[in-house]
Write a new protein. Sequence first.
Length: 375
Amino acid sequence: MSRDGKLRQHMADFVRNARMRRRVYALAALLLALLTVFPQPYVARAKVLPQDNSSIGLGSTLNALGGQLQGFAALFGGAKQQVDMYLAISRSSEVTDAVIRKLKLVGPDGYASATSARVALAKKADVHSLTGGIIEVEVRTHGAAEAEALARAYVDAIGDRIVALGKDRVERKRAIVSQRFREAAGRVATSEKALNDFRRQNRLAEPQAELGAALSVRAGLEARLQAKQVELQTLQKFQGPENPQLVAVQTEVASLRAQIGRSAQADVGPAGPNVAGLGEVSGEYLDRYRDYRFAQALYEVYARSSEEVAVETLAGETAANVQVLEAPRLDADRKYNIAAAALLALVILAALFTEIYAPATGIRLFAARGGDAGA
């Protein structure tokens, strides 16, 4: 018989020996029971809450202008950040590398390379999200001091990374606002020059004096008509033709159109001609005046935005963007080695099956041979 055959024969004889099997089961169970308790694992936890860095407040600024430019708020950071983004930042390689550098895990007293340190940290540390946008850092090691140090390093690294990204975001935001502010200033100067040139060529007075109250009335009627038309289109999509609100809006639209129609007819009153009576020159004058007013409104928007970005930049240099809800601490309850406990349960199940269940049900797992049958 070959050497491999003899080895298989010896192992088969060993397995058939019930006494030896039970000794192996008992020894393995005892060893795994010790490994379940020793060395004692420690779990350190920390909870942080990333702060929403959308304090530029463009939403309120644009709403003050009627909400027509509200879409710019999303461009400049008005949209609320999602917890998934903060979770991705917390699990990023930059955070892991920052932890490795802070604790000096690579070196003579640590891991051989940064890759080995990353693999070890991936097994020891877990970053997940909780209800309410809270980010929890959970570190499981066999040393209490090591667990707390790793959790604290992760909290600091996550905070530093979010602050760095916030500063970069503010810088990009400031660049966009500054560029648009310069463009708005140039637009104001251009529209004002065009308006003044038109006035001098046609020997017209100031827009407020030339157009008077008629300009305000006509512009107000047209603005209200546009708003009501948008509201009417929205209601027609979702409401029936007999809906009271829809009928009321239709009535208001008809009334506004009638008022605009009356104002379009040339008329001379005690205060002078209306907008239609000023003729074609007055119509072009009105267009240039509207361009000038729009340029001024846009300039005010970006002027306020520029100030708010400056304040946010100053505040970001001193204020943290991560609030530590729960400082790194060890769990109070006793922890056990899960892998060893799982193997212990598996050994116990195997022993119960082979030594109790199989003989009781007549299952022949090991064919008895010679003297092994008595055993």
